[in-house]
Design a protein around this ligand. Structure first.
Ligand code: AMP
Length: 210
């Protein structure tokens, strides 16, 4: 099974992608996660990615396309995968088409603007182990402290208000038009992303299994 997942910031895209991957026993490949791993390991790619990500900008297409191409050539991808956070631009969608992977569906998580703003304000990440929390949905046991490693919970650099505004407008301007591209191919599965996580997950699994 090969899937794509689309959704604006704080739509629960990463969480749902991880659960869907587990359900279908496929890989969860998130370009954002790969960039964040490289940033924490201070690799050359990480330094380059951080210079764009921290301000809410997209990492250049050429860099991201190469990263995805190399990752999808690895053997473990044969069992199927869900691509989370890619493609994000027309250029990336066309590049992906040329790689000739046959996709089964593209999940489109639809979340209202008011819900997005509420959720983003609640997002936290552990400074140390990078585990994600949310002061509304996935509360840490002790406020401001990571359940797993006792690290300090902070706001992700690219979740700060100015970066968020930029990321949301980039989503509307560059990524949303891709939905038509995949709708024409008959791949889009629309999902209401507003309800609680378990409900959204159930709707995804039900629609993908239909
Ligand atoms: P995400 O975790 O998917 O929200 O991604 C976090 C950040 O990583 C984005 O705001 C971009 O700066 C960068 N990024 C992730 N995926 C891509 C992509 N496909 N193209 C360009 N930049 C990306």
């Amino acid at each position: 099974m090969r899937l794509l997942i689309f959704g604006p910031q704080a739509s629960g895209k990463g969480t749902q992608a991880a659960r869907v991957a587990e359900h279908f026993r496929i890989l969860h490949i998130s370009t954002g996660d790969i960039f964040r791993e490289n940033i924490s390991q201070e690799t050359e790619l990480g330094k380059l990615a951080a210079s764009y990500m921290n301000d809410g900008n997209l990492v250049p297409n050429e860099v991201t396309n190469n990263l995805v191409k190399n990752r999808l050539e690895e053997e473990d991808c044969a069992k199927g995968f869900i691509l989370d956070g890619y493609p994000r631009t027309r250029n990336q969608a066309e590049f992906l088409t040329e790689l000739n992977h046959k996709f089964d569906a593209a999940i489109n998580l639809q979340v209202s603007e008011s819900e997005i703003i509420k959720r983003i304000g609640a997002r936290r990440i552990c400074e140390n182990c990078k585990t994600g929390f949310n002061t509304i949905f996935i509360k840490p046991k002790v406020e401001g402290v990571c359940d797993k490693c006792n690290g300090k919970l902070i706001i992700r650099e690219d979740d700060k208000p100015e970066a968020i505004k930029k990321r949301l407008s980039l989503y509307h301007e560059l990524t949303e038009p891709l939905l038509d591209f995949y709708r024409e191919k008959g791949l889009i599965v629309d999902i209401n992303g507003d309800p609680i996580m378990d409900e959204v997950y159930a709707e995804i699994i039900q629609k993908l299994s239909a």
